[in-house]
Ligand binder design. Structure first.
Ligand code: CU
Length: 232
């Protein structure tokens, strides 16, 4: 069965549904044990509460019949753990370990106190060339294309977080962290810093603008502020 939080927060990446599904399955499995254990605990507290004429018992838990109360649930919990670990590792590998070797485009994302800057490769689709498009707090991508990103931090730890992508990745000074995403729906969505990075952390909000091919081409065709400055 597949579950999703899509009615609370739209999903705009290819792996978003799998992440929602995993989180909800973990909540169901863990929640079942939580309710069962707390129910038994509360039941025992009521059943064995102090009563006139009944002495308290000291139970060491050494009898096999008593040990079973620990060992049997323990085994069942371990079986549940296997499912959780399998599901989590499978999705972790897909999202974090296997960046596509031949992405449609590469963007650079830089976190600093307290803004995000983005370097888009521009019409030639190659980073670090004259037609790169640099923006602050606005990432432009095209729907249906596979992107890899190079994530950097200028000063302290930040965390690149895009809820609609179900993607979050720490940015670490001195390192270039690579990852990927594939936008699957158009629109303008929130992008934020998810790691307390100083007093202005809360204003490190930005946007990801997911465009159709025509919209994206039109956006790329506009002169950038740097190009405008060169003309004047
Ligand atoms: Cu930050």
């Amino acid at each position: 069965m597949n579950f999703t939080f899509e009615n609370l927060q739209p999903i705009a990446s290819s792996f978003g549904h799998e992440i929602d599904n995993l989180i909800i399955w973990i909540a169901i499995i863990v929640g079942f044990w939580l309710l069962l254990c707390e129910g038994i605990l509360i039941g025992f507290v009521l059943k064995f509460r102090a009563r006139d004429g009944r002495r308290a018992q000291y139970i060491t838990g050494e009898e096999p019949s008593q040990k079973r109360w620990i060992s049997m649930p323990h085994m069942l919990v371990l079986v549940c753990d296997v499912f959780i670990v399998y599901g989590a590792v499978r999705i972790w590998a897909e999202v974090k370990q296997h960046a596509p070797e031949h992405p449609d485009s590469v963007v650079r994302i830089i976190g600093q106190q307290w803004a995000w800057s983005f370097v888009h490769p521009g019409p030639d689709n190659v980073l670090d060339t004259a037609d790169d498009i640099k923006t602050v707090d606005e990432l432009h991508v095209e729907v249906g294309k596979t992107y890899t990103y190079e994530l950097e931090a200028r000063d302290v730890l930040h965390s690149f977080s895009v809820p609609v992508f179900r993607l979050k990745q720490d940015a670490v000074p001195g390192r270039v962290i690579k990852g990927w995403f594939k936008p699957t729906r158009t629109g303008t969505y929130d992008l934020q810093c998810a790691e307390i990075c100083g007093i202005g952390h809360g204003v490190m909000a930005a946007r990801v603008v997911i465009e159709t091919p025509a919209q994206h081409a039109a956006w790329m065709g506009q002169p950038t502020p740097l190009q405008l400055a060169a003309v004047h």
